[in-house]
Write a protein that binds this ligand. Structure first.
Ligand code: GLY
Length: 349
C-alpha cells in the first residue's frame, strides 16, 4: 500500500463507497452450530461447492480434497466472473489466478499466484503442497510446475469476460484513443455496466473426526495491475487453519485482509475462546480502524470497501460476517446445503 498518495486512493475507491451508508453498527446472527458430523462453510457462490465437499467428506474423503473438489465446480464455471475459467482478467486482458490450500492433520499448505492458463489453480496448489518442499509458486514457475504435472493450458477468457474487460478499458479515460461502448452494447448484459464486480471463493471443511481442510481460489481484483497478488494465495491472509482450533478464510478487498493477517487473526481469536462470529467481527473492527489510518475510510469513518470472513470452529460452530450488510454464505451439514444470512458491521444504504 505504498506509492499512491492517500487522496488519490480515496478518489479511486469513492465509487465503491458511494454505494454504502452506515445506518447502524453491528448486526449479529444467532450462534450457528452444525448438528455434529461433517460441515463445510463457503462464500455465497459456493452452494454447490459445500454440497460436494460435504458429500466428499461423508464418503471418507480428506477435508482438503473434499474442499478442492467443491471449489473446482466454481473454477470451471464460465459464469463466475471471479474465479478460474471466465474470471475477469488483469488490465492487459490476461486472466491471472491465485489459489491456496491448507491441510489440518499435517498443518501443511500449498499455493500458486499469478498463474495463467490453468482452469483449476486449487488443484495445482494441492500438488505444490503434496509434491514439493515449498508452499508458494508464482507466475511462470507455477505454470511450468502445472505443465510438469500434466495440467492442460487453456484460454481462460470467455466472451463475457473479454467484453467486460474491453468495455472497462474503453471507458477508463476520455483522453486516450479508445471510444466507449454504445448504450446498446452495454444493455446486452447488466453486469457490463458494473465497473469491477467482486468475487473469490473460500471453503472451510471439517469432517466427522474434527479434522480440517480449506481452500481459497480467485481471479483476484478485476483489471488489476499485472502481477498483483491479493490475500487468497497467502497463508494466514486469505485462509488459515489450525487442526486443534478451526479454519477461516476471506473474500473481498485482499489488500485489507493482507494488512490485518485476517484469517490467521480469526483462528487465533477462536483459540482464545471467541466464537467464529465474534472472531470475525473482532477482525472486521480491526480493519475499520486500520482503514481510518491508511486513508481508506469515508468521512463517517467507514471503510470504502467490503471484506467478508468465513469461520468454522473445532466444535462445529460456524459464521459468515462482512463489513457491509447484504451478504449470505453457504453451509452444508447433515441438514443439507443452504445459504444463510451473514452478520455485518455496517448497514448498506
Ligand atoms: N480477495 C481476493 C483478492 O483481493 O484478490
Amino acid at each position: 500500500m505504498t506509492g499512491m498518495p492517500d487522496l488519490s486512493r480515496r478518489q479511486f475507491l469513492s465509487a465503491t463507497a458511494a454505494g454504502y451508508a452506515a445506518l447502524s453498527l453491528g448486526a449479529r446472527a444467532p450462534a450457528a452450530q452444525s448438528e455434529g458430523g461433517a460441515v463445510a462453510v463457503s462464500s455465497a457462490n459456493g452452494l454447490e461447492a459445500v454440497r460436494t465437499a460435504w458429500e466428499g467428506m461423508s464418503q471418507g474423503g480428506r477435508p482438503v480434497d473434499a474442499a478442492v473438489a467443491g471449489v473446482n465446480l466454481v473454477e470451471r464455471d464460465p459464469n463466475d466472473l471471479s474465479v478460474g475459467y471466465g474470471g475477469l482478467p488483469n488490465e492487459n486482458g490476461v486472466v491471472e489466478l491465485d489459489a491456496a490450500v491448507m491441510d489440518g492433520p499435517t498443518h501443511n499448505a500449498g499455493a500458486v499466484a499469478s498463474l495463467r492458463g490453468i482452469k483449476t489453480p486449487s488443484q495445482v496448489a494441492l500438488r505444490v503442497m503434496r509434491r514439493t518442499d515449498h508452499v508458494l509458486l508464482v507466475g511462470q514457475g507455477a505454470l511450468e510446475f502445472a505443465r510438469a504435472h500434466g495440467f492442460q493450458e487453456e484460454n481462460l477468457l470467455t466472451e463475457r469476460s473479454r467484453k467486460l474487460w474491453l468495455y472497462w478499458k474503453e471507458r477508463r479515460s476520455d483522453r486516450d484513443d479508445w471510444f466507449p461502448p454504445s448504450d446498446e452494447e452495454l444493455a446486452e448484459d447488466p453486469i457490463l455496466r458494473n465497473e469491477r464486480p467482486p468475487g473469490t471463493i473460500h471453503l472451510s471443511a471439517r469432517n466427522e473426526s474434527g479434522d480440517f481442510g480449506c481452500v481459497t481460489t480467485t481471479s483476484g481484483l478485476a483489471f488489476k495491475i499485472p502481477g498483483r497478488v491479493g490475500d487468497s494465495p497467502l497463508i494466514g491472509d486469505g485462509l488459515y487453519l489450525d487442526n486443534e482450533v478451526g479454519s477461516a478464510g476471506s473474500t473481498g478487498r485482499g489488500e485489507a485482509v493482507i494488512l490485518s493477517c485476517g484469517s490467521f487473526a480469526i483462528v487465533e481469536r477462536m483459540r482464545s475462546g471467541r466464537t467464529p462470529e465474534q472472531a470475525c467481527h473482532d477482525i472486521l473492527e480491526r480493519i475499520v480502524d486500520q482503514s481510518r489510518r491508511n486513508g481508506l475510510a469515508d468521512d463517517q469513518g467507514r471503510p470504502s470497501f467490503n471484506v467478508r470472513f468465513y469461520a468454522l470452529s473445532k466444535d462445529g460452530k460456524y459464521a459468515g460476517a462482512s463489513m457491509y450488510s447484504g451478504g449470505k454464505f453457504a453451509v452444508a451439514d447433515a441438514a443439507g446445503a443452504r445459504l444463510e444470512e451473514g452478520s455485518f458491521l455496517f448497514q448498506r444504504g
